[in-house]
Write a new protein. Structure first.
Length: 461
């Protein structure tokens, strides 16, 4: 008996070390939500990345051109302005009680330049292909929650419409809201959270964990679509959406046992299995179908059951075998991960080969470098020539040449002009003489004409 006790203590120590390793390596069971289970058909943010193809969002139709990243959607970019975008669920809401959690971030210039809308309307997208705002929207049926700036302060305002009110022609739309509160949402560095809680007896809106407003006079039917839209002005705000999570207490299976330790364990394992199945069905499990859930091979027993050394040894032996089996399972999982890493490595090699074919050859880069170096050397030589040599004599010679040309123009041009006028133009005396001669010829012709007329015979009647 005395020789067996040290062996037992060593085994217990080994078991404690192995249990610590198992607690680190084996996945911990997931805990279900306390009040809601989020519906993946209406939620964005349960999966990362949001989209496999960076073009579509599961469960939503996109109106506009957002930038789809792995962990967020850039609804409106920092520039240019006058942008619109809308997201609308493809399915209608089936729940009578629901909670909608939205996390987004807003950044922009000194002055606000846009608005962020949360919709719950009949028919889904409406007005300008689903990218409408409350202030310019035609009649719609449902609820709209608007986050924007009014009077110099950030506000959250809620509007109701039964399809008869045209908000686009109203002169002061904020006066039509049935609930509002102030909120600091721009350029804060952290996410802004909105929480809409609805039941047939109450409607509550929370902003950043604090109550915004609450009313018992709102009735929202089922069968409506959820939507998100963002609209910016010429000086735009950038709206980034991080998550939309729709939960409802109607999704909880009340038939699960809740009393007793084993019942709690069963419910916990059931929630974990259900969560894993949902992830696999939507492609969210990191290990896919290779993931193996941990289940203990032996249940915990009371120490009073083991009365002798043989029973204690059998129990320790069985548990060591169970640990060996689980270690083998861990080794197989590590092998699966190793294969996945190897496949990723092969993909990376393929990408590298593809990039290698499209990149610029090294010889061409070297040729460009040599040409650039030759140009740099030439520029350096020109700079040295300009800064090192003295051009004073050249400038003096140029100045003297200009002075000579100036003096020649000053004295020779008037003489040339006078000479041209005197040599090339007709003389005045010659002109006067010619005029006198012409007049004398006219006088002589007139005298001759008179004499001939006087000497001619005359006839009388």
């Amino acid at each position: 008996m005395s020789s067996y006790i040290p062996r037992t203590l060593k085994l217990l120590k080994s078991l404690s070390v192995i249990s610590v390793l198992l607690s680190i390596l084996l996945p911990a069971p997931s805990i279900a939500q306390d009040h809601e289970v989020y519906d993946p058909d209406f939620s964005i943010g349960l999966v990362h990345p949001f989209s496999e193809d960076r073009q579509t969002i599961p469960g939503y139709t996109i109106h506009g051109s957002p930038q789809i990243l792995s962990d967020r959607l850039v609804l409106t970019p920092p520039s240019p302005g006058n942008q619109r975008l809308g997201l609308w669920t493809t399915k209608t809401n089936p729940y009578h009680e629901w909670t909608l959690d939205i996390n987004f971030r807003t950044s922009g210039g000194e002055r606000p330049g846009g608005s962020f809308h949360v919709w719950y309307t009949a028919g889904g997208a409406h007005g300008k292909a689903g990218m409408e705002s409350v202030y310019t929207s035609k009649p719609w049926d449902g609820l709209a929650l608007v986050v924007d700036s009014y009077g110099g302060y950030g506000t959250v305002r809620a509007y109701l419409n039964d399809g008869t009110t045209d908000y686009s022609i109203h002169h002061n739309v904020p006066l039509l809201s049935f609930g509002h509160c102030e909120i600091h949402y721009r350029n804060r560095g952290t996410l802004t959270s909105l929480r809409l809680i609805y039941s047939p007896k109450n409607f509550r809106v929370e902003a950043d964990g604090s109550l915004c407003f609450e009313t018992t006079s709102v009735r929202l039917p089922t069968g409506y679509h959820y939507g998100i839209s963002a609209v910016t002005s010429e000086t735009p705000d950038s709206y980034e959406l991080f998550s939309i999570l729709l939960g409802s207490p109607e999704r909880i299976d009340l038939s699960q046992p809740k009393d007793g330790h084993r019942g709690g364990q069963t419910q916990q394992h059931h929630d974990q299995n259900q969560h894993q199945e949902q992830e696999q069905s939507h492609g969210r499990s990191p290990h896919g179908e290779d993931y193996t859930m941990y289940t203990p091979e032996y249940e915990d027993e009371s120490p009073e059951k083991y009365k002798n050394e043989h029973d204690q040894f059998v129990d320790v032996h069985n548990r060591l075998q169970g640990i060996t089996h689980h270690l083998a399972a861990i080794q197989s999982q590590i092998g699966v991960l190793y294969e996945k890493v190897g496949s990723l490595d092969h993909k990376q090699d393929g990408y590298r080969a593809e990039f290698r074919d499209t990149r610029v050859p090294r010889s061409q880069i070297n040729g460009m470098e040599e040409k650039m170096k030759a140009i740099e050397d030439l520029v350096v030589q020109i700079g040295n020539a300009i800064t090192s040599k003295d051009y004073t004599q050249h400038f003096e010679a140029l100045h003297k040449t200009l002075e000579d040309h100036h003096s020649r123009l000053l004295y020779t041009v008037p003489n040339k002009v006078t000479q041209a006028l005197t040599t090339n133009t007709p003389k005045v005396g010659f002109g006067i003489t010619l005029l006198i001669v012409f007049q004398l010829v006219l006088v002589v012709a007139y005298v001759v004409y008179k004499r001939k007329r006087a000497s001619s015979p005359k006839k009388y009647l």
